[in-house]
Ligand binder design. Structure first.
Ligand code: HEC
Ligand code: HEC
Ligand code: HEC
Ligand code: HEC
Ligand code: HEC
Length: 190
C-alpha cells in the first residue's frame, strides 16, 4: 500500500508538478519580457493620441510638445492646454477630444503611461545628446510612423555603452565629427 502511494507520487505527481512549475515560469518569463527590458512596451493610453497623425502627417515639430528636450535632462510630456491650442476648435465632436477637453476643464493632468525609463541611479540627459545632433529616432525609432508609441531600443547599460564606444556604427547616417560618449562609471552613476 505505502509503496504504491510513493510510486504514484514519484512517477506521476512529481513530474506533473515539475511540468506545471516549468510551464508557468516559461509563460510568465515571455509575457513579462516587454515590461522587463522595455522593448516592445506599448501601453494603451488614456487618450488615443497618435504621433503618426500629429508628428507624421501634420508634421508638427517634436519640440512643439516636448519643449525642454534641447534644454534639460527631461523631454517633458505636454499638458492638455498645449493640445487645446488646436482642439478648442479641431474635431471637438470626436469622443477622444471630448475626453481630452474634460481633463482640460477639470484641470486634471492626463494620466499618460510612461514608456521609456532608466532607473533613478543612472544619469541620462536629453539635452547633451540632442544638442550634439543625435536625432530622436536613434533612440526612439521612427515615432512619426507610430500610432501608438512603443519602445524599440533597450536602455540597458550595455546598450548605452554600445553607442558610446562606437557611435558611428549605431548612427552611420551621421557624417562629420562625432565624439564618443563617456565610458567611465561616474559619468552615468553620479
Ligand atoms: C502634438 C504634441 C506632440 C508632438 C508633436 C510629439 N509628441 Fe511625443 N508625445 C506627446 C504625448 C501627449 C505623449 C504621451 C502619450 C503617448 O505616449 O503617446 C508623447 C510621448 C512621446 C514619447 C514616449 C514618452 C515615454 O513615456 O517614454 C516619445 C519617445 C515621444 N513622444 C517622442 C516624440 C518625437 C520623437 C516627436 C517628433 C517626431 C514627438 N514625440 C512629437 C505629444 C507629442
Ligand atoms: C497643431 C494643432 C494640433 C495640436 C497641437 C494637437 N492636435 Fe490633435 N489633431 C489635430 C487635428 C487637425 C486633428 C484631426 C486630423 C484629421 O482628422 O485629419 C487631430 C486629431 C486628434 C485626435 C483624433 C481625433 C479623432 O477621433 O479623429 C486625437 C485623439 C488628438 N488629436 C489628440 C491630441 C492631443 C492629446 C494633443 C496634445 C498632446 C493634440 N491632439 C494636439 C490638431 C492638433
Ligand atoms: C541618446 C538617446 C536618446 C535620444 C537621442 C532621445 N531620447 Fe528621449 N529618452 C531616452 C531615454 C534613455 C529616456 C528615459 C529617460 C529617463 O528615464 O530619465 C527617454 C525618455 C523620453 C521621454 C519621456 C519623458 C522624459 O523626458 O523622460 C520623451 C517624451 C522623449 N524621450 C522624447 C524625446 C525626443 C522628442 C527626442 C528628440 C528631440 C529624444 N527623446 C531623444 C533616450 C533618448
Ligand atoms: C545613439 C547613441 C547613444 C546612445 C544610445 C546613448 N548615448 Fe550617451 N552619448 C552619446 C554621444 C555621442 C555622447 C557624446 C556627445 C558629445 O560630447 O559630443 C554621449 C554623451 C553622454 C553623456 C555625457 C554628457 C552628459 O550628459 O553628462 C552621458 C552621461 C550619457 N551620454 C549617458 C547615456 C546613458 C545613460 C545612455 C543610455 C540610457 C546613453 N547615454 C545612450 C551617444 C549615445
Ligand atoms: C553610459 C552610461 C553608463 C556608464 C558609463 C556606466 N553605467 Fe552602469 N548603468 C547604466 C544604466 C543606464 C543602468 C541601468 C540599466 C541596467 O540595469 O542595465 C546601469 C546599471 C548599473 C548597475 C546595476 C546593474 C543591475 O543589473 O542592476 C551597476 C552595478 C552598474 N551600472 C555599474 C557600473 C560600473 C561599475 C560602471 C563603470 C565600469 C558603469 N556602471 C558605467 C549606465 C551606465
Amino acid at each position: 500500500m505505502k509503496k504504491t502511494v510513493l510510486d504514484y507520487a514519484l512517477k506521476v505527481k512529481l513530474p506533473f508538478t515539475v511540468f506545471i512549475i516549468l510551464t508557468s515560469f516559461a509563460i510568465t518569463y515571455f509575457v513579462a519580457k516587454p515590461e522587463r527590458d522595455g522593448v516592445g512596451y506599448a501601453p494603451e493610453q488614456p487618450v488615443k493620441f497618435s504621433h503618426r497623425l500629429h508628428a507624421g502627417d501634420m508634421a508638427i515639430d517634436c519640440q512643439y510638445c516636448h519643449t525642454s528636450v534641447e534644454k534639460s535632462r527631461h523631454a517633458t510630456i505636454p499638458s492638455a492646454d498645449v493640445c487645446m491650442n488646436c482642439h478648442a476648435v479641431a474635431k471637438t465632436d470626436s469622443p477622444e477630444i471630448v475626453k481630452l477637453t474634460q481633463y482640460y476643464k477639470e484641470g486634471k493632468p492626463i494620466p499618460w503611461k510612461r514608456i521609456h525609463r532608466v532607473p533613478e541611479y543612472a544619469y541620462f540627459n536629453h539635452a547633451s545628446h540632442v544638442v550634439n545632433g543625435i536625432d530622436c529616432a536613434n533612440c526612439h525609432g521612427d515615432v512619426r510612423e507610430m500610432d501608438i508609441i512603443s519602445q524599440v531600443h533597450s536602455f540597458t547599460m550595455g546598450s548605452c555603452l554600445d553607442c558610446h564606444r562606437e557611435p558611428q556604427k549605431r548612427m552611420p547616417q551621421m557624417t562629420g565629427k562625432l565624439n564618443n560618449g563617456p565610458e567611465n562609471c561616474n559619468a552615468c552613476h553620479r
